[in-house]
Design a binder for this molecule. Structure first.
Ligand code: SF4
Length: 324
């Protein structure tokens, strides 16, 4: 499933990669005064070299708190953008500039501006998985860790638009009893899990608990005994007495689950087709080699206009204030 990119033996070729990427990355980190932040969905080598591993909320907080001069963001574009919004004076590097997000792409700024205009008086709460332009049009940002908590803090008579993930929005509506206008976006990874195959797995592993991320479709969430953000799923697996789990989210998280609970068994929830579509193709564009090259060449760097940055900063700050 994953590649281990520690040793690159061909040093005779021009531009060949160094023998020990872990060692050279550690040395570049010192040279640049850099911090490496990695999402749980990154390949294990990247998770193992990162200074901090987390979900979107944890990474936003880590980006807000860092004293480093350079942030190497091993995640997808909207996450690196969030780090830049919070740290305008720092260099933010993304190992592969094409590491986008299918969910963020379902919400283009022009169409969202029209949607917003069609719902005057609504407070806009946007899931962090969106572009800086969408953040700039939002009142509050949320993550899957704090979405319920944030919506619960909004006065009951205040109408809300929730964007861009309809599955998370629907889940938050169920948890809070609030009606919200949902933007109809979704993630290709979390929509790929097969309810039928999860049921078959539960029959084959009667002691196993199914756990799921709220970006999954309602039919999959229906079979989960625990629903939560990647960080919450990780914590749940550690604390639960259950020994076997069927995990319905991107399988990159299983690396940390297995490290935290080595004697437990984690089964990735299968996709509908016989493919690897339960792995996020965008997250997997980042590799240890690309991370090394990004640090060596200080590119690709995330940049944005100051106008967008300032407009996007306000709803992120509101989220950070409302998450404690
Ligand atoms: S798993 Fe889905 S929501 Fe997360 S980065 Fe990949 S495409 Fe986007």
């Amino acid at each position: 499933m994953f590649t281990t990119a520690l040793i690159k033996p061909d040093q005779t070729q021009p531009g060949a990669l160094p023998l020990d990427l872990f060692a050279v990355i550690a040395s570049l980190k010192k040279e640049l005064n850099a911090v490496i932040l990695a999402h749980y969905y990154q390949e294990p080598d990247i998770q193992d070299i990162a200074d901090f591993i987390g979900d979107s909320l944890q990474l936003s907080k880590a980006a807000a708190d860092t004293n480093a001069d350079v942030i190497v963001f091993a995640g997808v574009h909207f996450m690196a953008e969030t780090a830049k919004i919070l740290n305008p004076d720092k260099m933010v590097l993304l190992p592969d500039v094409n590491a986008g997000c299918s969910l963020a792409d379902t919400c283009p700024p022009d169409a969202f501006a029209e949607f917003k205009a069609a719902h005057p008086g609504h407070l806009v709460i946007s899931y962090i998985n969106c572009s800086a332009e969408i953040k700039a049009m939002s009142d509050i940002i949320c993550t899957s860790s704090n979405a319920v908590k944030i919506v619960q803090q909004i006065p009951k008579d205040q109408p809300i638009i929730f964007a861009p993930d309809r599955n998370l929005g629907r889940y938050v509506m169920q948890q809070t009893g609030r009606d919200m206008v949902l933007w109809q976006g979704s993630c290709i990874v979390h929509e790929t899990f097969s309810e039928k195959k999860i049921v078959q797995l539960k029959i084959a592993h009667p002691e196993a608990e199914a756990i799921a991320h709220p970006e999954c479709e309602p039919a999959v969430l229906h079979h989960a005994s625990f629903i939560g953000s990647t960080a919450a799923l990780l914590k749940y697996c550690q604390q639960s007495p259950t020994q076997e789990f069927i995990v319905a989210t991107e399988p990159g998280i299983i690396h940390q689950m297995q490290k935290a609970a080595p004697y437990k068994n984690f089964i990735p929830a299968p996709p509908m087709n016989n493919c690897n579509c339960n792995e996020c193709p965008f997250m997997r564009l980042n590799t240890l080699e690309k991370l090394y090259l990004a640090m060596k060449n200080c590119t690709p760097e995330i940049t944005m206009s100051e106008e967008i940055r300032l407009a996007a900063l306000r709803p992120i700050q509101r989220m950070l204030e409302m998450s404690f």
